[in-house]
Design a protein around this ligand. Structure first.
Ligand SMILES: [Zn+2]
Length: 414
């Protein structure tokens, strides 16, 4: 199973550069690659040369469908501007005229022009930069540094008309590129839990002739998703895989990893969070970087004081990952370190997260379904009472998603 980490923030540079043994590929923000045309390709080249890390470029076009998150006081944000500048001029014109760019509301010709320009952008942004910035003594073979696959513009699916729009985009992209195509199915929980909708999406993928895809189910949040939804999602992932198309979650928590038993071929997450997402509509402020520690037994993040209290109540030994064991002698060290210097704790706890996630993926890969179920049940049983008696854990936090996950995959796959 492929472990893919989102690279959409320069503050993650150090974490990614020093954690390359803890992931297989990066999903690079398209607008960031358009903005930092020298630094991002150089980093990707280095990670590829040193560790064999591959990459995908995330299409930024879906950002423009609704809302105003890509503008700052009515002006297009610099990253988005640099990205638009590299695409077909229709993107800039439509945004100026209409405010947004919705793939279903433009002519097929315009859609094709934009799709082709985005495919070219993904194919060329890294190799072209490496070529341009290489010294004459370096022998760069640009094709070595092409993306692992092209992710065509994805149009959010909530109706069969939306499926047709995606079918047209995929067909156009297939004609444009000789690289592998990995379309992203972006949809909602409400839509994809309907079995006839699942069939329509699957038929579209099969007809397109692709052999892999990303799946982004908006709102698949462990705090807000019931067992029935998880069961239907499991069913969909299995159906996609059974049809010979490798599914890869575009945002994934541990449930995505468990779906390896349904044929899941990859999972994507951030250095911290990035496990689920919804289409952004309102302007979002960057916000402060929140320090959250990934508790592997819970498969979730907690504020550091809450994580420390929980681990102490559970009588857990200090985390044995190379970062924690090197930097913290005991759980209380973690609290002290955060109190000392909030900034400085981000890098180690992000690295801890990447290491533990990769470990968990490896574990699940080596387990059969019942072993995964048993291990997850065991951790829930061990942690439910410490969780309930911890004072520092926010009342909005839950742990009951663990038995929900277990029951969902047990019902659907056993
Ligand atoms: Zn650790």
């Amino acid at each position: 199973m492929e472990a893919t980490v989102r690279y959409n923030n320069f503050s993650d540079n150090e974490v990614l550069d020093t954690s390359a043994e803890s992931f297989d590929s990066l999903l690079v923000s398209g607008k960031m690659a358009a903005y930092a045309t020298k630094a991002v390709p150089a980093r990707l080249q280095n990670l590829n040369d040193e560790y064999g890390i591959e990459y995908y470029i995330e299409p930024t076009l879906p950002d423009f469908r609704v809302g105003n998150d890509f503008r700052d006081n009515d002006r297009i944000k610099q990253w988005h501007f640099d990205y638009i500048d590299k695409l077909h001029p229709a993107v800039e014109r439509i945004l100026a005229e209409q405010g947004n760019l919705d793939a279903s509301e433009i002519s097929p010709e315009e859609r094709e022009n934009i799709v082709r320009s985005d495919v070219k952008f993904q194919e060329r942004i890294v190799p072209d930069s490496l070529e341009k910035n290489s010294t004459k003594y370096q022998d760069i073979s640009p094709s070595e540094y092409q993306p692992k696959a092209i992710i065509p513009w994805h149009h959010r699916i909530r109706s069969s008309d939306d499926i047709d729009v995606n079918a047209h985009i995929i067909e156009t992209a297939l004609d444009q590129t000789s690289l592998t195509l990995k379309p992203c199915i972006q949809t909602t929980k409400e839509y994809i839990t309907n079995l006839s909708n699942q069939q329509q999406v699957l038929d579209m993928l099969v007809e397109a002739g692709v052999d892999q895809c990303f799946i982004w189910i908006e709102g698949l949040d462990k705090r807000d998703t019931g067992q029935d939804t998880y069961e239907k999602v499991t069913r969909f992932v299995k159906a996609v895989s059974d049809a010979g198309i490798d599914p890869h979650f575009y945002y994934a928590d541990y449930f995505g990893t468990m779906l390896k038993h349904a044929g899941m071929s990859g999972v994507t997450y951030g250095t911290m969070w990035g496990e689920e997402a919804e289409e952004t509509v309102e302007g979002t402020s960057g916000g402060g970087a929140l320090s959250r520690y990934y508790v592997p037994q819970m498969k979730d993040f907690l504020k550091i004081p809450a994580a420390v209290e929980l681990q102490q109540l559970a009588d857990a030994p200090m985390c044995d990952c190379r970062v924690c064991s090197d930097q913290f002698d005991s759980w209380t060290d973690l609290t002290e370190r955060e109190e000392d210097d909030d900034e400085n704790i981000q890098t180690p706890i992000k690295k801890h997260h990447l290491i533990k996630r990769y470990e968990q993926i490896g574990e699940v890969e080596n387990q059969d379904l019942d072993e995964t179920i048993e291990a997850c049940r065991g951790e829930f049983n061990e942690y439910v009472s410490p969780f309930n008696s911890a004072n520092q854990i926010s009342p909005s936090k839950k742990i009951d998603y663990l038995p929900i996950w277990v029951n969902a995959i047990d019902n659907q796959l056993n």
